[in-house]
Structure formats: C-alpha cells, structure tokens
Design a protein around this ligand. Structure first.
Ligand code: C2E
Ligand code: MG
Ligand code: MG
Length: 594
C-alpha cells in the first residue's frame, strides 16, 4: 500500500517535472519574449528569447525599470498604462511600443500585459512581447509608397493635396499668401525618345533633386504625373513673390543637365495660382490645382518655357479647350480636315517651284480653323501623329495627281511636328505612303521647325537620315526663331532652310531694324550657299522684299505677294496657267473638279 502510494507520488512528480520542462522549453524556444515586472514596474524575469530578439542577456536587465528598455518616446505612455494596471488585478492590456536592441536599433513589439500580482506563483505582471518590426516597417513602407513617388521619392498628388489643405488653414490664420505652382516639363517625350526611358528617368530624378534643393523646407514639391510637378509655397508676402518663385523654378530647371554619358536640357511651363489669407478658408484645394493646371496650359500654348498667373478667364478657356479636344478626336473620323496649298516661287523668274501643304480644320460649328487654333492642342494630346499621317497621305496623293495629270514638275512640302519625328518607324511610314500614292520620293519635302529639329534627339536624327535616304528632302522651317548654331546647321540632316517671316518683315521696316534685317537675311542666304542648303524666304508680302531677297541671293520665296494658301482646285489654276503649263499637259478641267 505504502509502496503503491510512493510510486504514484513519484509518477505524479515526474509528470509535473515533465510539464515544467515542457513549459520551460516552450518559453525558451517560443518566438514570444516573456518578461515579468513587479508592482514598481521593475524587471523580475526575462525569458531566454529576450536575448535572441533584443540582444540583451536577461541578467543585464533584472532589477532595472522596464522603462530603460523602451524608446524614450514610448516610456511615459507604457509606464502610465502599467501603473493603472497594477491597481487592476487580473486585468489584461495590449499595446505596441519600441524596444531597444543591443545593436543600437529599435524593434517594434506587440505586448500583452496580464496582471498576476495576486498569483503566488507569479507575483508580477506578465508581459508577452512579439517582435513585429517587419510587419510595422512593411506597413510604413506601403504608406510611404502610397504617398511618395517611387522614382523621385517626392510626395504624390494625394499627399500634396493634404499639405495644400493644411497650408490653406494656416494661411487663413496667418493672413499671408499661399501659392500653387503647376509645373509641366516641355516636350519631355523627346527626352524619353532620345535617351530611352532610363535616360528620361534620370532626367526626372535630377529635376526633382533641383526642386528639393532650391525650395525652402516648408514648401512641398510633389510629382503628380509623368513629367508634372506641383509646388505648394506658403507664407508668401504677395503675388509678386509667387511669380519670382516661378521664374526661379524655370531657371533652375533650364540649366543644362549633364551626366557622364549624355547631356540634355529641358524647359518647363508653369501655371500659378495664389490665395490670400482672406480667401484661404473658403478655397478648395482641388479647384486650386485645376486652376493652376489651366494656367499651365496657357503657358504651353503661349510658347512654353514660361509661367502664367491664373485668372478667371482661364476657366472658360480650359472648358473650351476640353471641348475642342474631344472635337479634335472626332475630326479625323468625321473627315473634317482639309489641306490648302501655297505656291513657292523662284524669285528670279517667278515660276512656281513647289507648294506647301497647310492644314485647315473645317469645324462644323466653329467654321474654318487655322493651324494656330488647334495644332498646339493636337501636339499636346499626341493627336498630331495620326493627323500628320493623314496630311502626308493627302498631300502625296494630291502631288501625284499634279505631277501626272498636269505634269507639273515642282515639289510638295509637308509640315511635320517634333512629335511625329519622335515616333519610331518614321522612315518606313513615309516610304509606305509614298508607295501607296505612287509619288516619287524626290518630289516630297518635309519641313520641321527649327525648335523641333534642335529638340529632336539622336534617334529622331537617325530616322530623318533614313527619310533622306529614300530621296525625300528635309528642311528647317521658321529658321531664326530658335537657336540653331552654324554647327547645328552643318550637322543636322537637312537640305533646305526657310527664313522666318519675322526677318523678311524687317527687310522693309524703318531705321536700324531695317539695317539689321538686311544684314541677317543676307547672312542667312550666304550661309545657305556655303553649306549647300537651299534658302526659301517665308511671308514675302511686297515687291520690295522680293527684290531685296533676290539681291541677297535667296533663290526662293513664298508669301501673299505671290499667292495666298488656297484649296487644291484654286492652286491648280495657277499651276496650269499658260506660263507654267509644260507642253503636253493634260486637260485641267478634266480633273480639277475631283
Ligand atoms: P509655316 O509652315 O511656317 O507656314 C507658313 C505660314 O505662313 C502659313 O500659316 C501661311 O499661311 C503663312 N503665310 C504665308 N505667306 C504669308 C505672308 O505673306 N504673310 C503672312 N502674314 N503669313 C503668310 P498657316 O497656314 O496659318 O500655318 C501656320 C503654321 O502651322 C505653319 O507655319 C506650320 O508650322 C503649321 N502647320 C500648318 N499645317 C501643318 C501640318 O499639316 N502639320 C503640322 N505639324 N504643322 C502645320
Ligand atoms: Mg512650313
Ligand atoms: Mg514657316
């Protein structure tokens, strides 16, 4: 009986020991850190996991206040919660706080405190801590990513809207001025096309860097789209300070961007909106941003690389622009575009040597629109690419008819925008259109503005070179309005130069301007001869201008003095006029009506 009792006790003892060992193993190897603090919040016990997770050996901690293991910012909160818990026997609390790691970093812990001060086996508060650093950091990264742009690290649109709302509230109290600058890089697509997306990204990062470097700490700079940045500045003295700021932003962006392997330059168009303290409490951030955007569009249309201050008239312009944009999208399908043609004359014998195709939009409600009313918009929206293809096809077909049916031996000039040459596969597209129309390549000329040619990067220059290999002539339009150097003229893949109308005008103006104009035109004609580039003067309006051009050695001219742009059938009459009609040419009346 006694033996049996002893054996049972021994077995019970073994069971107890096993379960203690099991719990000890659980505590030792579990991923949670178990600590016990006494009623004074000093550490009584720390499980071995403490060293694994926080790097400190438990012996270093026993007897110390729990606070010393916590982040200074969390100390007061945690100890005050624990002080309350001490009085609340059996209570449980959960919280999150940062613990010191022996390597000097902070770890996030999710802690459950259970008050077991009354339990004789514990006599303390059990703290079970789980290391949640990775989860907390991942969540913080997600929040940062949502609010910051991955490429530049700048705040995104949602964060800048938030900051703007805060800035407005502060401005209302401080009674100063807050400004929103909507900045859009000009022709950024060209940078991407020239240097690849990686190059484009590097340029964006550099621009973002310049923004953050130059603006004050209190200002917010956000990247709100591909090449779009929004700056919010508060505490300004007035509108003048906002425009000075915009001018500064423009200057810093325009500074050349130099990398080890390539160099480029970009400009920026800026729309500004300002709000004074008195209006700040009622201003709506979304409307402000939209207004700044409308002002930016005005800057673009005004020729880019400039700032425009918002005023109410821009609201109706923006609405009008949106209307125009959707109409423009439909216009191609609805077949509303037409080409007019303007003859180009040999200044020495007054014969027509070529015609230039000029686009018009026969809008059902607005009437016949001129290029300046819609080409800018077509470029901004990218619609210029399909429209340009239509123009080229139409012009080639027309020229083929003139070449065959009236045997007119001149050439057809077609305007191309920078956006079009930035499209890959330009040469094959041109070749295809030539083949479809049956037109000889050497009867076609492409005109690109000076600025477009200078902005065109390496890839575009290669494409233009391929276009020239087809036999098509390529030339620089509006020469004198950009900054082409002699080196540029020599290196660009071009065959002719069109002297901008603004120089031709000065030929016959009064005073010093006249002298300068004459000198410039003479020099350009000379450069043309030296570099073997044909020169064509644009906008010749008087016989006197024509005479001077002839004297300076400019061989060709176009302008109201000779003929205005007109529909194909009107021009056909000029081409088939007796002195232009080569022997054997077909009957004009037979095809002019088609
Ligand atoms: P541009 O290529 O320099 O064309 C010459 C412009 O000068 C034409 O204006 C023409 O009508 C005008 N002009 C010609 N002679 C005179 C003159 O004696 N006096 C004055 N004051 N003006 C004269 P338009 O047709 O309004 O075209 C304006 C611009 O629009 C063109 O300038 C060209 O850059 C662009 N454009 C026209 N058609 C197209 C097109 O199909 N594609 C592209 N991308 N751009 C086009
Ligand atoms: Mg032109
Ligand atoms: Mg021109």
């Amino acid at each position: 009986m006694v033996t049996l009792d002893l054996m049972e006790r021994k077995r019970a003892q073994e069971v107890l020991e096993r379960s203690v060992a099991r719990f000890a193993a659980l505590i030792e190897h579990g991923r949670d850190v178990i600590t016990i603090v006494d009623a004074d919040i000093a550490l009584l016990y720390a499980s071995p996991a403490y060293e694994r997770v926080f790097g400190y050996h438990s012996a270093e901690l026993i007897g110390k206040p729990l606070g010393v293991t916590l982040h200074p910012e969390d100390r007061e909160r945690v100890t005050s919660i624990l002080s309350c818990l001490v009085a609340d026997r059996g209570a449980v609390r959960n919280l999150e706080c940062r613990f010191a790691h022996a390597d000097g970093t902070w770890r996030y812990g999710e802690v459950t405190f259970v008050n077991r001060l009354d339990d004789p086996a514990v006599l303390g508060i059990i703290c079970t801590t789980r290391d949640v650093t990775e989860r907390v950091e991942a969540a913080a990264r997600l929040v940062h990513q949502a609010l910051h742009d991955a490429l530049t690290g700048l705040p995104t649109r949602s964060l800048v809207m938030d900051r703007l709302a805060t800035a407005l509230a502060r401005t209302a109290r401080a009674n100063d001025v807050v400004a929103v600058l909507f900045c859009d890089l000009d022709a950024f697509k060209v940078v991407n096309d020239s240097f690849g997306h990686e190059g484009g990204d590097r340029v964006l990062i550099e621009v973002a860097h310049r923004f953050t470097r130059e603006l004050r700490g209190a200002d917010t700079v956000a990247r709100t789209g591909g090449d779009e940045f929004v700056v919010v500045c508060e505490g300004l003295s007035g509108v003048e300070e906002s425009t000075a700021l915009a001018a500064h932003v423009r200057d810093i962006v325009e500074e050349p961007i130099v990398f080890d392997d390539f160099e480029t330059a970009v400009s920026v168009s800026i729309g500004i909106v300002t709000v004074a303290g008195s209006e700040a409490s009622t201003a709506d951030p979304l409307t402000l941003l939209r207004n700044a955007d409308a002002a930016m569009y005005r800057a673009k249309r005004g020729g880019r690389a400039r700032w425009v201050l918002f005023d109410e008239s821009l609201v109706s312009a923006a609405t009008c622009r949106r209307g125009l944009e959707s109409e423009l999208r439909r216009a191609l399908v609805a077949d509303e575009f037409v080409l007019h043609y303007q003859p180009i004359y040999d200044l020495n014998d007054d014969t027509i040597v070529g015609v230039e195709a000029l686009l018009r939009w026969d809008n059902p409600t607005r009437g016949l629109l001129q290029p300046h009313e819609f080409i800018g918009l077509a470029e901004e929206t990218g619609l210029i690419v399909p429209i340009g293809t239509w123009v080229l096809r139409q012009a080639c077909n027309q020229m083929r008819r003139w070449a065959c049916e009236v045997r007119w031996p001149g050439w057809m000039s077609v305007n191309f925008s920078g956006r079009q040459v930035a499209e890959p596969g330009l040469a094959s597209a041109v070749n295809e259109i030539l083949a479809a129309s049956g037109l000889n390549a050497d009867l076609l000329r492409l005109e690109l503005t000076e600025t477009a040619l200078l902005r065109a990067g390496h890839a575009a220059a290669v494409e233009l070179g391929a276009v020239r290999k087809l036999g098509v002539h390529v030339g620089m339009d509006d020469f004198g309005t950009g900054y082409a150097s002699l080196t540029n003229l020599q290196q660009l893949p071009i065959d002719f130069l069109k002297i901008d109308r603004s120089f031709v005008i000065t030929l016959t103006r009064g005073g010093k301007m006249r002298d300068n104009g004459n000198a410039i035109v003479a020099a350009v004609a000379q450069i043309g001869q030296t570099l073997d580039l044909e020169t064509i003067a644009e906008g010749v309006e008087t016989e006197e201008q024509a005479k001077l051009l002839r004297e300076y050695g400019c061989p060709y001219g176009q302008g109201y003095q000779f003929a205005r742009p007109a529909p194909a059938n009107e021009i056909a009459k000029l081409l088939t006029a007796p002195n232009f009609l080569p022997p054997g040419a077909g009957d004009f009346a037979a095809w002019s009506s088609s």
